[in-house]
Design a protein around this ligand. Structure first.
Ligand SMILES: [Zn+2]
Ligand SMILES: [Zn+2]
Length: 362
């Protein structure tokens, strides 16, 4: 099968014929239908985070089950599925206390060193990325990285639920658990930020302030439920949010992964407000906060993949889409082929598009 091979940071990905193993007892072989290009992939291509090479990146995918291992439960060939990088062991402390997104025994879901690798180029092992490796015609994953969905859900839009939607909407509904009527600000209106805005609208936020530096994305943000938009070029977004809300928001969400905007997310809170940092800050980055402001019960927190329980959350997001409440059609800026992946990442780097999705000929 063909896959986009990562040969190290700052190299273009190359499309190469790659071998994929047969499913082991608890593994699932999936024919990839669609995979989104996410900023997290870009962080590895651009060297902000390290990863062993060669590898196949890609982690926002949907597809159709081709084969299942002998011990796989509840999945069969022909099932439509979304994959999730929050693969869970099912028995560690985090898994058994309702936080499978933080599973710290994920290694148990991987192949052991003495087993043949899932992916290879000739004799050479190809590293799996986030236990998925979705920039490929097929994926071989542990059964706990997969959820079955309704067959009337279009798979190119289902792919977005695999990361952007789960991350953005989950940060609002699972991590921050905003209240009906609360005021919300979202910094960064790419796929994750738009999902946070959409999630805040579904969760009943009273006011949703979208912040970006591209007017095109702010227009898009309105169609996802933003009640106010702020172009941060040439204005101080903290002052502007305080002015708009008479003192600050109850909840802020940072969806860019930058130091300055993370600090702004905290600074734009009212007393007792909660800032949730969704974006991936570069390794080694430190945040600076005004210590005295903590006296006002202000909080800042991280969010790992929207604190998901993806086997419950993702089918709900599918229902939201099919009911017209989750606006995935507008989130896809471009559909491209696997061999256009590098140009797709150039577009993502430019910050002009919300989301490009690779679709595979069915
Ligand atoms: Zn992602
Ligand atoms: Zn676990």
């Amino acid at each position: 099968m063909k896959a986009a091979i990562f040969h190290g940071p700052h190299h273009r990905l190359s499309i190469e014929e790659t071998s994929i193993a047969n499913p082991g007892p608890r593994e699932v072989l999936i024919r990839t239908a669609a995979v989104g290009l996410c900023h997290s992939d870009l962080h590895f291509i651009d060297g902000l985070y390290g990863h062993e090479a060669p590898a196949v990146l890609g982690h926002e995918a949907a597809g159709v089950v081709e084969k299942v291992g002998s011990e796989v439960r509840g999945l069969e060939p022909g099932d439509h599925v979304i994959t999730c990088l929050s693969v869970f062991c099912g028995h560690c402390g985090f898994c058994t206390t309702g936080r499978p997104f933080n599973c710290d025994h994920q290694h148990e879901t991987r192949r052991r060193g003495d087993e043949a690798p899932r992916l290879s180029l000739g004799e050479r092992e190809v590293q799996q990325f986030y236990d998925l490796s979705a920039f490929a015609e097929q994926m071989l994953v542990h059964e706990h990285a997969v959820v079955r969905i309704r067959k009337d859900m279009p798979l190119d839009r289902a792919a977005l639920i695999g990361c952007a939607v789960t991350t953005g909407m989950g940060a609002v509904t699972n991590t921050a658990r905003i209240e009906v009527g609360s005021t919300v600000a979202v910094i960064g209106c790419g796929g994750v930020g738009l999902s946070a805005i959409n999630g805040a609208a579904i969760a009943g936020a009273g006011r949703i302030i979208a912040i970006d530096v591209q007017d095109g994305k702010l227009d898009l943000a309105r169609s996802f439920g933003a009640t106010d938009t702020l172009n941060a070029t040439g204005c101080d977004p903290v002052e502007a949010v305080r002015d708009l809300t008479g003192g600050g928001v109850d909840y802020s969400f940072e969806a860019l992964g930058l130091k300055r905007t993370s600090e702004q997310a905290y600074d734009m809170l009212r007393r007792s407000g909660v800032a949730t940092i969704i974006g991936m800050l570069p390794e080694g980055e430190k945040l600076e906060l005004d210590g005295v402001s903590l006296l006002y019960d202000k909080r800042i927190q991280g969010s790992n993949m929207g604190s998901n329980r993806f086997r419950v959350d993702m089918p709900r997001y599918v229902d939201f889409y099919l009911a017209g409440r989750l606006h995935l059609d507008r989130m896809i800026s471009k559909r491209i082929r696997l061999d256009q992946i590098n140009e797709g990442f150039d577009d993502l780097r430019s910050g002009l598009l919300a989301r490009s999705v690779i679709t595979f000929p069915g």
